[in-house]
Design a protein around this ligand. Structure first.
Ligand code: DLZ
Ligand code: SF4
Length: 512
């Protein structure tokens, strides 16, 4: 019996469910580079290069094991350009008795997969993706009969279930969450550890050349490519993070500094999300660092919360609520995405810095994503679909299951509060406190009105004014609305006219 096992570009692990019972004598593993996946959004050049190079390396590793691999390259003249088309061609090559796949990370692909059985008149087994701590069914059971789905409660259950950072039945250190210790601003004297870029090997160089010629118009620099593309190198990146960055990861988790795109962050999500690393080994390595006295609890708990808590939780929400989830727009936001999200050409220095780093690295850390590019989109009322497509395209770690809930729910509050208990809206004061961006800006974060004032300042209040009917009953918004209501009417008018001027200039730029 021949089984054809299709492995997707974000499933690059030997531990994949669909490879668990692989019979090297008869089975064929299929990997396909397809135009549809490279262009359904205009991915960052480095993201495409990372995935294709990691796919080619993974395929070579399987072949070295004696496994029959059928690998279709993007520049194969017969390439049909889609998963379905390539599966059809592979079926005519191998005449399999059945197809085995692992569930994908995207609703769009899930729908494709579910149609394959009928289309090819073959048994298609779609296996659960057991790389996650919490299966889709387990999450649905947790969510059942709950009025609200707060991450914190889900996270506690996951801690209890996995035993990670537990002291018997109690959380290690007596608290579930040490987030309050993780908001320090970066002292000027502190230099974050150096990150090495890996020099491309011949396989990666081939892919870089392919991406440079075929995706020349896509966003992003390619000459700075330095990602690990094998499990071995990704494991080294994990070791380096634990040894050099983890001890201070918690303290400066929310800090932002010009010229320091990585600070003490893990920068492992691109590997984790494409299969080169797995969630459990990262959490276990971090816990070990705590138990051996190498890293403090606030750092280790912060990391474990990101992976065991938040990452699993957003995936759960995605599969629980799709496809309707993506269509909600609770705040009726509809402005187009400003062009400066691509060009970086804007007087808003914080955005210019984050876009420049994003272009250079296909990476920005979570506070840059949430509180700079995200915060601006929220305050300016950018259409959720536009900003979601941007995040999905520009970050090397972005796949729909993780990008969509983070952007739609957490950043844009477009789900009306299913994911976040309040919108993460902030004025220039927050950005000024947590970064050095304002020092190099032509706007003044301390000015509240007028053309020199930081636009985040009046956009923040204007956001509250524009969305009063949706937000003022939210208990966590009580304080800002009380402050707004205490303002004199002429101050409110000033806010609205500053915001109108700024937003209409944005609209003019979009039309130009
Ligand atoms: C993101 C991506 C890209 C750019 N290219 C490919 C590809 O050529 N072949 C492939 O199998 N997967 C690719 N991917 C990842 C898929 O888009 C991803 O597997 C689906 O979106 C499901 O998460
Ligand atoms: Fe950003 Fe405002 Fe600071 Fe300029 S002043 S960097 S726009 S927060």
């Amino acid at each position: 019996m021949t089984t054809l096992r299709l492995v997707l570009g974000d499933q690059l692990t030997r531990d994949l469910a669909s490879l668990s019972d692989l019979d090297p004598a008869g089975d064929v593993v299929l990997l396909v580079e397809v135009a549809e996946e490279t262009t359904y959004v205009g991915h960052h050049k480095q993201k495409i290069a990372l995935i294709l190079s990691a796919m080619r390396h993974f395929s070579a590793e399987l072949s070295d094991e004696g496994i029959r691999v059928d690998y279709v390259r993007l520049d194969d003249p017969e390439n049909s350009g889609s998963f379905t088309g390539e599966l059809a061609r592979a079926i005519t090559r191998h005449h399999p008795d059945r197809i085995v796949v692992t569930e994908p990370g995207e609703w769009r692909v899930w729908e494709m997969m579910r149609a394959w059985g009928e289309r090819f008149a073959l048994p298609v087994e779609i296996r659960e993706d057991d790389r996650f701590f919490c299966s889709r069914g387990r999450f649905a059971r947790w969510a059942q009969d709950r009025k609200s789905y707060r991450m914190e409660f889900f996270y506690r259950e996951m801690r209890r279930e996995t035993g990670l950072l537990m002291d018997g039945d109690e959380p290690e250190g007596g608290l579930w969450n040490f987030d309050k210790d993780n908001r320090k601003s970066l002292p000027a004297s502190l230099r974050p550890p150096k990150r090495d870029r890996l020099a491309p090997d011949a396989i990666t160089q081939d892919v870089i050349d392919l991406v440079a010629s075929r995706f020349a118009r896509h966003f992003g620099d390619l000459d700075t490519f330095g990602w690990a593309v094998t499990r071995r190198d990704a494991l080294e990146a994990l070791d380096h993070f634990v040894a050099a960055c983890l001890p201070l990861y918690g303290d400066y988790q929310d800090a932002m500094q010009t010229g320091e795109p990585f600070l003490f962050h893990a920068v492992l999500s691109p590997y984790l999300n494409c299969g080169l690393l797995n969630a459990r080994e990262i959490c276990v390595a971090a816990e070990r660092a705590y138990r051996t006295g190498h890293a403090p609890l606030n750092a280790v708990e912060g990391l474990v919360r990101q992976i065991l808590g938040w990452r699993e939780y957003v995936r759960g929400i995605y599969w629980l609520r799709m496809p309707d989830y993506a269509a909600t727009n609770a705040l009726n936001a509809c402005r187009p995405l400003p062009w400066f999200y691509w060009s970086g050409e804007t007087k808003l220095n914080c955005i210019a810095q984050v876009v420049a780093e994003t272009r250079q690295n296909a990476y920005a850390h979570h506070i840059q994503r949430l509180m700079i590019t995200g915060n601006f989109s929220l305050l300016a009322g950018i259409a959720p679909r536009e900003i979601e497509a941007w995040y999905l395209a520009v970050y090397a770690d972005a796949y729909d299951w993780v990008e969509l809930p983070n952007t739609h729910g957490m950043v844009m509050f477009a789900d009306g509060g299913l994911l976040a208990s309040k919108p993460y809206a902030a004025s220039g004061a927050y950005i000024n406190r947590m970064s050095d961006y304002c020092r190099g800006c032509s706007y003044d974060p301390k000015l509240k009105s007028g053309p020199k004032a930081c636009p985040f300042n009046y956009l923040y209040w204007n956001f509250l004014i524009e969305n009063r009917s949706s937000l003022h009953r939210n208990p966590r918004m009580g304080m800002p609305y009380r402050s707004l209501d205490a303002m004199r009417p002429d101050r409110r008018q000033e806010i609205e006219s500053d915001a109108q001027r700024f937003l209409s200039e944005l609209a003019d730029e979009a039309e130009a």
